[in-house]
Design a protein around this ligand. Sequence first.
Ligand code: PLP
Length: 453
Amino acid sequence: MPSSPPSSWVKRSLSSVWHPCTQMKQHEQVPPLCVVKGEGAWLTDDQGLVFMDCISSWWTNLFGHANPRINSAIKNQLDRIEHVMLAGLTHPPVIELSEKLSSLTGHQLGHAFYASDGASAVEIALKMSHHFWRIAGKTQKRRFVCLKGSYHGETLGALSVTDVPLFREAYGELLSKPYIVMSPDARQAKDGESAQDVALRAVKELEHLFHNEAHQISAFIIEPLVQCAGQMAMHSHLYLKRARALCDQYQVHLICDEIAVGCGRTGTFFASEQAGVWPDFLTLSKGISGGYLPLSLSLTTDTIYQAFYADTMAQGFLHSHSYTGNPLACTAANACLSIFEEDKVLLNNQSRSQQLNTAFAWAKEDTRIENFRQTGMILAFDLAHKVAKDHPFFARDMFQQCLNQKLLIRPIGHTVYVMPPYILEAEQMEFMGQGVAQALHQTLSSSKSSTAP
Ligand SMILES: *Cc1c(COP(=O)(O)O)cnc(C)c1O
């Protein structure tokens, strides 16, 4: 596939920057783009190419790039205090953020523990859960349960509860072994089965595991409603509802990893709300700072918090990161939460997700596509099985063809998805939908002849 020769910035990047989750050799074929500017949903590279960020920069950007309100909040904070450690000290931005998040959970999850990246928030939830049981004298409860196809981050603890075969193959020796249970992924419906039927089948398997092993299980971790990195696999909220009940019955903590699905992505602020339940731990990152600064956190209940409240240091929660609760990042998060309120974002996203659906209406009819699905502001579809086998380099070629349409899209295998910022007008949605249709057409008519990289 022809792409323009790399610019001097890109050449310099390739000799010094090792890009995340990338086979660097593939950049010989498809060099990275050097972004020099962003405004709203649009990015500009050093060659002047302008393209739409249809995936919110790895699902982080909620209100567009260079958002004037978030920019000005950060600039203001910058002149007060840029960073200060959070052990022994505190500051207004982290206090305000913690209070707002508590209130968004109806004060059910009233204690916020901070870190900088999503994987660390997951580590915190896993460690806290195990430590809680230790304090309770149940030291044998140290194993975790995750779903098939789960993704919870890539540090060793988070990777332990991540079921991506490629990662487990390379690093499996370093990881503790989780119990992996059936995903409620609605695509597994057999003839006549509904999404709820699949969820109930998955619940049965979870119950069976708890029945036999709960005495050594610390927590069950799940990404509610959509397993995002797991090819945007969507499931019925019934699963989470039943899982909560089973966790209560068998004394297993429930961790909802809302790093991708939180912050309004699925229609409610927290995805868990759709099942009408609260977990024991809820992790947030990505969208919480609007895609501005690294920030993550794990919310938890008063029950968990009180168990650690004691006279000895050993019974405290022993975990810290240098940039824990960074004031600038918390300020960005506070600015985002204000936008949610002032602009009635959740309400307006109802019509936005309808417009998104309309923009991709063509995909429902297309016989080269299967499993068209949508939850709130996430829309995805898979290349039909019979088509996929002829297009081994689909993800790479589709990425390139989308760029030709001025769209930033990164398919996961044979799954194409969009997860745009919450600022697109109906026209821009149409532009995206039509561009993806065009790119798909180009990819499927040309990539058969494309050779291995
Ligand atoms: C991205 C992601 C993580 C990891 O977050 P990082 O900031 O990349 O470490 C964990 N869980 C889910 C569901 C994610 O989407």
